[in-house]
Design a protein around this ligand. Structure first.
Ligand code: AMP
Length: 178
């Protein structure tokens, strides 16, 4: 791996047993707070997606709301939030997904994406993939031309990427063990 990615990995803080016992929480705020790391990450993301014709970046609440708009600005694309229920003010569409305990729901404005859009969904981290899969189903309901998915960190040993439709290009900047 190149020096830039090594530097980014070293900047991510591992917090054991947060939010519950047994989880190794990857805290990306320690990457974002370093000016050098924030710029390097922004540059890497821009290089990955600059030639893909992306017109909308969709960020997942809440840590997808940090690099999502930064990347959208650099790509000359718009930004669309996917949020937890009850937060968006206008008409929404929604999708539910199963978590280890119970279910969760994500919502997006019903008019946020149009059929001529090329969409990149972004979140900070891929674990099991349940959240992003639900977000992909949401976006698909609005029939864009193409859907791509990006994470800053992929916990590769959980093999979350195996859950995605093979038609969806899934990329991550950094691969780490859980
Ligand atoms: P999943 O749906 O299992 O892929 O979980 C992804 C969501 O939960 C992302 O929005 C992450 O921010 C968060 N998440 C899950 N596991 C971790 C972890 N070990 N460290 C940091 N964030 C996590």
């Amino acid at each position: 791996m190149d020096d830039a990615k090594e530097k980014l990995i070293a900047s991510i803080r591992n917090v054991p047993d947060f939010p519950i016992q047994g989880i190794q929480f990857k805290d990306v705020t320690t990457l974002f707070k370093e000016a050098d790391c924030l710029r390097i990450l922004s540059d890497i993301l821009y290089e990955m997606y600059k030639d893909k014709g992306i017109t909308k970046v969709v960020g997942i609440e809440s840590r997808g709301f940090i690099m999502g708009p930064i990347l959208a600005t650099r790509l000359g694309a718009g930004f669309v939030p996917v949020r937890k229920p009850g937060k968006l003010p206008a008409a929404t569409i929604e999708e539910s997904y199963t978590k280890e305990y119970g279910t969760d729901t994500v919502q997006m404005h019903a008019d946020a994406i149009s059929p001529d859009d090329v969409v990149l969904l972004h979140d900070d981290l891929l674990a099991t993939g349940g959240t992003m899969q639900a977000a992909c189903r949401l976006v698909k309901k609005l029939s864009p031309k193409q859907i791509m998915v990006n994470f800053i960190v992929e916990l590769y040993n959980l093999n979350g990427r195996a859950m995605f439709d093979p038609a969806i290009e899934v990329e991550s900047v950094l691969r780490m063990e859980e």
